[in-house]
Structures are given as C-alpha cells and as structure tokens.
Design a protein around this ligand. Structure first.
Ligand SMILES: N=C(N)NCCCC(=O)O
Ligand SMILES: [Zn+2]
Ligand SMILES: [Zn+2]
Length: 318
C-alpha cells in the first residue's frame, strides 16, 4: 500500500494461548485480508492445475500449504527478522478459476493479481501449477518493467508447446520472454536437473535471458559461491522469485507432479534464500505442491518455510 500503516500489524494467532492445531487455516494463522484495514503483503492461493503434463493435484496446493504452515513461529533467527511484525501480512484466500479453460483461468489470475496488488501491495502466490507464473509476471511487469526472474525449478519451463498447447506448466517462461516481461541480463534458473528433450533446450533458454545454476553445480561449488553468483546476476533489479517446489529433491518434496531425482535439500534452498537478503524482491510464487503425493506434510512444510523465508527477506516497506 502507498501510505505507511498507522497501527501495529495484526499478527498470527498466538500459539502460546490458542493451540495451533485448531481453528481457521490461514497461512501461518495470519489474519484474513477481510479482517485487517489494509495489508502491505498478501498471500493468496490459485487452486489451478489444468496446465500439468504428468501427475495432477496441484489445485489442492494452497489449502495444503496453509494447513502445513501452522507451526511457523513469529521470529526468524536466521535473518533476525519478525516478518509478520515488520509489515501487515494477510491471507486473501483463493481465487476462483475455471478448471476447464486455461485461457480464461490465466485472465482471471491476471485480473485478480492486478486488483489485489493495488497501488503497491506485495503479492505472494501459492499455486497451483506453474502455468500461473505468466499472468503473475504480466502484472509485475506493468509496475516494474522487465523483471529479473529468479526461477527455482528442476525444469526449464521454457519449452514451446505441449500437444500443440502454448499455455501449460512447461511453457510459462517462454511466453513471458516472448511478451518482453523478462530482463535478459539479470534472470536465472536455479536447481535445473534431469533429462531434457534435446540439447537445444538449454541454448534456447539461455537465448531467452536465463543464466543457470544446475543441481550438479551444488555438488561442487559451495553454497556461498552459488549465493554470490545469484546475487551478482540479479543485481539491484526488481526481482520476481518463482519457486517450483520440485526444485527440492523428491526426498524433501515428494508431493509434486513432475519429480526429478537429485535435487536440492530443503536446507540448501532455505539457506540460499536467506543469502538473498537486501535484494529488490518485488513478489513471488510457490507452485506445484500436489498433496495427494505428499506424506506427513513433508512437502507442505517445506513449502511453508520457503514462503516464510521469502517474507523474511522482503525489503523494508514492502
Ligand atoms: N513445471 C513443472 N513442474 N514441470 C514442467 C515439466 C514439463 C514436462 O513434462 O516436460
Ligand atoms: Zn518443475
Ligand atoms: Zn516449474
């Protein structure tokens, strides 16, 4: 929002007074958007998975991530921040999208994101499959111009079409590049791995403006070296982080639709995010949590901690 908040932010329900396993399931037990006068940052869900190429179920992601976020506490010692006290964060619920029409769903997400971000609210979106990154990037681009896209994923998601369809979860970043939404000098994939369709896939993605850190790099370079590479690439540009939970190894995130062996640990991803403090993060999404393949909330908990770290590194006033 444009005006600074004139009162203390309304925080999560206090778990020392009201047990955390009961009651309303908002993200981290934060207030609903309708319960606060306004918000600096909004979490919201996009329960959509009509764009998937393999296992379905990410439409149930938002509810599952919220349910798995009940144990989050207010203070983040890793970065010395209380993310819910530094700004008003609220949960805006889920948007109702058409599961039978991908084009209509994309326009619905775009208009809802535009309306919710208003004159400057930060949006953190819980998917849903990766198709939804395209309308989210369109709205961020309207405000900030070409974005330094920080894309955590096992997959490139810069492929052209699936079964002739241009709007799928494997294609959002090619569409975004075609639409001029991506800053070619400052965007990056992190966590790539697994078999491709052809060697050309990587070259095409590089032509679209993405530098790349592969999972193989994590086997050799230190986390500090990789963090520095990422920071140097993003610079001071407006950064949009799009995090596909399948960037984590299936052992750390089994509940996802297109799992690939040999991924990051939750510890590596969380620590890398902490190392991005001070960057100009303007918004983010966390996608591809498919609860039917999750056990013991393993994937949901990892996802909720990723979102918590993102909130913890938001610049002041955002
Ligand atoms: N965005 C995700 N999670 N996956 C894309 C995989 C596309 C494929 O089936 O080749
Ligand atoms: Zn992926
Ligand atoms: Zn993806």
């Amino acid at each position: 929002m444009s005006e600074p908040m004139d009162r203390e932010p309304v925080g999560p329900v206090d778990a020392t007074r009201i047990p955390r396993y009961g009651g309303d399931s908002t993200f981290a037990r934060l207030p609903r958007y309708s319960e606060v006068s306004d918000a600096d940052a909004l979490l919201w869900g996009v329960p959509f998975d009509t764009g998937v190429s393999y296992r379905p179920g990410a439409r149930f992601g938002p509810g599952h991530v919220r349910q798995s976020s009940r144990l989050l506490r207010p203070y983040n010692p890793a970065v010395g921040v209380s993310p819910f006290a530094a700004r008003q964060v609220a949960d805006a619920g889920d948007v109702g999208v058409n599961p039978f029409d991908v084009g209509e769903a994309i326009s619905t997400v775009e208009s809802a994101a535009r309306e919710m971000s208003g004159t400057g609210r930060t949006l953190i979106t819980i998917g849903g499959d990766h198709t939804i990154a395209l309308p989210l990037l369109r709205v961020q681009h309207e405000r900030h111009g070409p974005l330094a896209v920080l894309h955590f994923d096992a997959h490139l998601d810069t492929w052209d079409t699936y079964f002739g369809e241009p709007y799928t979860h494997g294609t959002p970043f090619r569409r975004a590049a075609e639409e001029g939404l991506i800053d070619h000098e400052h965007s990056m994939h992190v966590g790539l791995r697994g078999p491709l369709y052809s060697g050309v896939d990587l070259a095409e993605s590089a032509r679209m403006g993405f530098a790349a850190v592969h999972c193989r790099d994590f086997a050799r370079a230190s986390l500090d070296t990789i963090t520095e590479r990422v920071r140097a690439r993003l610079g001071s540009r407006p950064v949009y982080a799009s995090i596909d939970i399948d960037v984590l190894d299936p052992g750390f995130a089994p509940g996802t639709g297109t799992p690939e062996a040999g991924g990051l640990s939750s510890r590596e991803l969380l620590e890398l995010l902490r190392g991005l403090e001070g960057l100009n993060l303007v918004g983010a999404d966390l996608v591809e949590v498919s609860p039917a393949y999750d056990h013991a909330e393993i994937t949901g908990i990892a996802a909720s901690h990723v979102i918590y770290e993102l909130l913890s590194i938001l610049p002041e006033g955002r």
